[in-house]
Each structure stands twice: as C-alpha cells, then as structure tokens.
Design a protein around this ligand. Structure first.
Ligand SMILES: Cc1cc2nc3c(=O)[nH]c(=O)nc-3n(C[C@H](O)[C@H](O)[C@H](O)COP(=O)(O)OP(=O)(O)OC[C@H]3O[C@@H](n4cnc5c(N)ncnc54)[C@H](O)[C@@H]3O)c2cc1C
Length: 384
C-alpha cells in the first residue's frame, strides 16, 4: 500500500528508499527463510549493507557516512521492514541506530577513529547491553557493577539479558553501576567491551518466538577487566546517554513497525482480492473492505506520527512526547494489524509456511522491547 510522503522528503531520501527497496527484493526476501532457520544473518550481508550506506546514514562523512538526519533513518528502516523478516531488520537497525550511536555521540575521537569506520562499513557489528535478568523497563535499577582497579582498569561483574546481536557482535556498549552510593539514575556509566575480553562470555543464545533471524543472548561479566580508557562518555552520566539514545531507537522501531504493517496490508490485499468465498471473493464483503480500510487509516495516522516526530528531531526540537507516542501507538497497532491481516488469511495464517504467520510472531515484541507501551504512555502522561 502506498501512502503519500510528507512534503519535506527530498530526492536524497527517495534515492535511499529506492536502494533499500531493491535490497529488500533482491537480497533479503530470497534468503530470509534460510536466515530464519540459521538464527542470524551472515556477516557478509552486514558488509553488503555497509557498502550500500545503510549503517552510516546519520554518521559523518569522515567515517564513511552520509550525515543525514532522523527523517532519513525513518525512510530507511520503514522500507527495510517491508521485507517481512523483522529479525533481519532488527539486527541491522540495532547495530546502526541503537548500539553504535552510543559511541558516535559520546565516544572520544580516539574511540571513534578506532571503531566508527568499521561500524559504518559493516566490518564490525555492535550491540547495546542495558537490560538485566532482574528487569529492563527500570533502567535506573540496573545492578551490573564496574569497579576501578588501580588507575588503568575497570572490572565488570554482572549479567545482561535479551541482548540483540549478543552472539554476532564484535563490540558491546555495556551499562554498569559505577557509584553504588548514588541513588537511582545517578551512578551509571557506559563501557566499551570487545568480544574476546577475558571474563566476558556470551552465556546463552536465547530461543525466541519471533525475530528468529536475529540472535539474542545472555551476557555474563565475571571479573572482566577492561582498560580505563574504555569508559564511554562521562563517568556516572550513563543513564542520560541511555535515555537520549532511546529516542532514536524508539523512532526507528516505530518506522519499522510502519513498514511491517504496510507489507502485511499489501499481501493481505492480494489475498482477499483472489480468495474465493460464498460465490465471490473475500473483497466483495463489506466487512472485509471496512476492516482493511481501517488498517490503512490507522497506518496512515501512525506513519504520519513517525514522520512528524522525525521532523521535530531533525529540527533539533524536544520530541520525547511525540517519540513516546510513536513507540506506544505503533507497538500496539502493528499487533492489531497482524491480527486482522492474519484473520483474513484464515487457516493459512496458522501455517508456518505463510508470511503472515511469521509477521504475526515478529510483531509481538514491538509492544515490549525498547520501552513497553505502558512505560511509553507514562512518558506521555508526564508531559501532559
Ligand atoms: C527480542 C528482544 C530483544 C531485545 N534487545 C535488547 C538489546 O539489544 N539491548 C537491551 O539492553 N535490551 C534488549 N531487550 C530488552 C527490552 O528492552 C526489555 O525486554 C524491555 O525494556 C522490558 O523489560 P523487561 O523484559 O525486563 O520487562 P519488565 O521491566 O519486567 O516489565 C514487564 C512488563 O511490565 C509492564 N511494566 C513495566 N514497567 C511498567 C510501569 N512503569 N507501569 C506499568 N507497566 C509496566 C510492561 O507491560 C512490561 O512489558 C530486548 C528484548 C527482547 C524481547
């Protein structure tokens, strides 16, 4: 289903979208099923996405990026999500838009010079590790501990749960408590931990309901020593960087959900226009047309909200309320949309071979990960 673009989309945005569209059709869809079985996307696909510029949309040209803004991110991940394999999209978008921004925004020149070119090219894959077994929504309550050892080391102890790219990543941005005396959100810092560091293990790859082509892991830090220069950003100010990065993460999640809904509506329209029932096709029934029109209407509203929030962000304006609305609205609507589109597919929606079955499973986590709907609505309420 095509909806009209906001007036401020440029030719550059459209070129990016065309490139993503070609990549989806030619290089994701033919392999998506294999990657779902494999549990991850091969590393050379990351390098291919890097070569197409998908990982550097927001990053400076000196690292190989194209220095665009949040509108470009929305365009890219909305289009990528139309592939119908959300696991493929989330692995890539966590790397490009949720993990690596921690380094890009708060890293020293030395840290950035070391990692950013490899991140943009897709040679190095990144993960962000905030959530812990005891909870994810309440970031301020995290328990992983980082202690100084002499003047030149930090020692990390604790564990992280549900970490996207946890197995595949080369570099991890890890949140840990550096000042146990400080209450709540104060006393948290971010650290760069490289794969292979002694005391750091990928304890378990988790078996998931959806997003099966992305790997999700539990990470354990046991007396894991890292150089003191691996602190990322200001000591004890990590909570604020996590919160500010959440804005981008939530916007991209909303744009991806919009792409998923567009794809589900597209394949369902093809289905209802040819599926025979009661002497005609399903599309002949007013109730079917009404349901599909409702899905189109709600998607239009959500998509315009995504672009409105991206536009505010691009203008440098505070958009926490709008981004929280995007995450809450799209997180719920993508689930409704998959349910309704699945219903139109009848028994086929329950079959592993059908696209809508996978999309239905993939959609579930949108209302949970990166800020559950209830938490997002609380952010909106605080601003009312
Ligand atoms: C597939 C997947 C990938 C993920 N990837 C990453 C990653 O890469 N990095 C990372 O750090 N984390 C990641 N997460 C973690 C994700 O962000 C958390 O699952 C999410 O923040 C919710 O935390 P929780 O699961 O601990 O649920 P809890 O915090 O225990 O909350 C449980 C439920 O309680 C409700 N709730 C919570 N707080 C409130 C409140 N204040 N008011 C009302 N209701 C509330 C919500 O419905 C919520 O779903 C991932 C999760 C999944 C499932």
């Amino acid at each position: 289903m095509t909806t009209r673009d906001p007036a401020y989309l440029t030719d550059e945005h459209r070129m990016l979208r065309d490139q993503a569209r070609r990549f989806v059709v030619e290089e994701i869809r033919p392999h998506g099923d294999a990657w779902e079985k494999q549990g991850h996307v091969p590393r050379d696909v990351y390098r291919r996405m890097g070569s197409l510029g998908f990982f550097g949309v927001r990053y400076p040209e000196k690292y190989g990026g194209s220095a665009m803004n949040a509108i470009a991110s929305a365009v890219l991940w909305e289009e990528m999500a139309k592939c119908g394999y959300s696991g493929v999209v989330v692995g890539a978008s966590v790397h490009a838009e949720m993990a690596s921004p921690h380094l890009a925004r708060y890293g020293t020149e030395k840290q950035k010079d070391r990692w950013m070119p490899k991140i943009v090219s897709g040679e190095a894959i990144t993960a962000v590790a905030v959530t812990e077994p005891d909870g994810g929504s309440d970031v301020a309550a995290l328990k992983t501990r980082a202690r100084r050892k002499g003047n030149d080391k930090w020692v990390l102890n604790g564990s992280k749960l549900f970490i996207t790219n946890g197995v595949l990543a080369d570099v991890y941005f890890v949140a840990a408590r550096t000042d146990p005396e400080a209450k709540g959100s104060r006393g948290i810092s971010m650290f760069i931990v490289e794969k292979g560091t002694k005391g750091f293990t990928v304890a378990k790859e988790l078996d998931k309901m959806g997003w099966r082509s992305s790997d999700t892991a539990e990470l354990v830090f046991e007396d894991c020593e890292i150089p003191s220069e691996n602190i990322l950003g200001e000591e004890n100010k990590g909570f604020y960087s996590i919160m500010s990065n959440f804005q981008n993460e939530r916007l991209v999640a909303g744009a991806s959900a919009a792409g998923e809904c567009a794809r589900a509506i597209e394949i369902t329209m093809e289905w209802v226009k040819q599926r025979k029932a009661f002497g005609g096709v399903l599309w002949d029934k007013q109730v079917i047309r009404s349901k599909m029109a409702t899905m189109a209407m709600k998607l239009e509203a959500g998509r315009q909200l995504v672009y409105h929030a991206a536009h505010l962000d691009a203008l440098g304006l505070d958009c926490v309320k709008e981004v929280s609305m995007v995450k809450a609205y799209m997180g719920e609507f993508v689930n409704e949309c998959m349910y309704v589109c699945g219903q139109m597919h009848g028994g086929m929606a329950f079959m592993r071979e059908s696209t809508i079955e996978r999309m239905y499973r993939d959609a579930r986590v949108h209302a949970i990960g990166g800020g559950a709907t209830e938490v997002m609505l609380e952010e909106v309420a605080k601003r009312m």
